[in-house]
Design a protein. Structure first.
Length: 375
């Protein structure tokens, strides 16, 4: 086997997982991350059994379980009456059925666990990618004028991917007309609210209004994610501050449990939600993309990070026994192995009817990134 030098643009969940998996496959993988340090920003990552099983094989599962919460069920409830319209057992039941539980965790804790699996020389911080020279010997160009020539480039650089732009030009996302709010509440602040150990989706009077609630940090915190129609906000960033009073007003008619959670919110972030159609291609020559760079999706199936983790594992499998001259074929194999599944999840997320009533989650949760045939 030829040892490949792989440059991974972006030190998010997909990029770090790809680096771990590729290094374990015998390659030299280097992550180029624009931030100068990994900060504890953001809040939630929902890791369903398909992702947790993949992470267990990457050697981080035990560490994640130290700080994660482990939801007991996945519930759907009606916004005003609180009626439970679907109830899917998770925790031990999911572990028995799928080989792993669902874990809900702070994004910072997940990134810290992944970073710890890599040697210092595998991560280069302060490396903002501006474009890629695509060719037989692809070159990554950075904002400071420096560059790196590698055997393979992997774009794990998110929804505003410089790698995707270098390959296929600018994308033109469609604004959904929805904004999302994110907040974290101490569990001790809402003792009267029920089912805080479950992942609960409160379905609104219309399909574009909902509130999702689930535990974080061993159940000591509660994460709140809510969406509502609003045309006047177009910023696609999940770190921008929002207005807590506005949040409470939007959901003033929801069930008392939801109102209690929102009353306990001290701060909130706000982001516009955009959708992209599945891409016909992810790769050119020795360059490919994964995760949000390849298939960004609205969060209504809670699978964005999970799909990136699956991508990373499948990519490493496709490159495991690959010589340099075989890289283009291996990358085509990778995208063929992943495109149908990720497109189905993209479209399912956009439809926003996932497990609203009783349904089968096996096609999502039962997927094995390490064992599913590649062809």
């Amino acid at each position: 086997m030829t040892k490949l030098r792989v440059g991974i643009c972006g030190g998010g969940v997909g990029g770090l997982c790809a680096a771990i998996a590729l290094r374990e496959a015998g390659h030299e993988a280097i992550v180029f991350e624009q931030a100068r340090q990994f900060l504890r920003i953001g809040a939630d990552v929902n890791l369903t059994p398909n992702a947790v099983r993949a992470l267990d094989r990457l050697g981080v599962g035990a560490v994640l379980r130290e700080t994660a919460a482990r939801p007991t069920h996945r519930l759907s409830r009606t916004w005003d009456t609180g009626e439970i319209t679907s109830k899917l057992p998770m925790s031990d039941a999911a572990e028995e059925k799928y080989g792993a539980p669902q874990l809900t965790i702070h994004r910072g804790d997940l990134l810290k666990a992944l970073e710890a699996r890599l040697p210092d020389e595998a991560i280069r911080l302060g490396s903002r990618v501006v474009d890629i020279d695509v060719g037989d010997h692809p070159t990554i160009r950075f904002e400071d004028g420096s560059s790196e020539t590698v055997d393979v480039v992997v774009g794990g650089d998110g929804i505003h991917s410089a790698v995707r732009r270098s390959l296929f030009g600018d994308d033109h996302p469609e604004f959904t007309g929805l904004v999302s709010y994110r907040a974290v509440v101490p569990r001790a602040a809402v003792p009267e609210v029920e089912n805080l150990d479950a992942f609960t989706k409160w379905w609104g009077a219309t399909d574009d209004s909902q509130v999702v609630v689930f535990p974080l940090t061993r159940g000591e915190e509660v994460f709140v994610f809510a969406t509502t129609p609003q045309e006047g906000w177009r910023e696609e960033s999940w770190t921008l501050p929002g207005d807590v009073d506005e949040l409470r007003e939007v959901y003033r008619d929801f069930h008392a449990d939801v109102r209690a959670l929102l009353a306990a919110c001290e701060s909130v972030t706000k982001s516009a939600l955009y959708v992209r159609e599945p891409m016909p291609r992810w790769s050119k020559g020795h360059v490919t993309i994964l995760g949000d760079a390849a298939h960004p999706m609205v969060p209504f199936m809670a699978q964005g990070a999970c799909m990136a983790i699956e991508d990373a594992v499948v990519l490493s499998r496709c490159l495991a026994e690959t010589g340099r001259e075989d890289v283009p074929a291996a990358l085509v194999r990778f995208e063929k192995a992943r495109k149908e599944r990720t497109a189905k999840v993209q479209r399912g997320s956009r439809a926003n009817d996932w497990l609203k009533g009783e349904g089968n989650a096996d096609w999502v949760y039962g997927y094995d990134a390490w064992g599913t045939p590649l062809d």
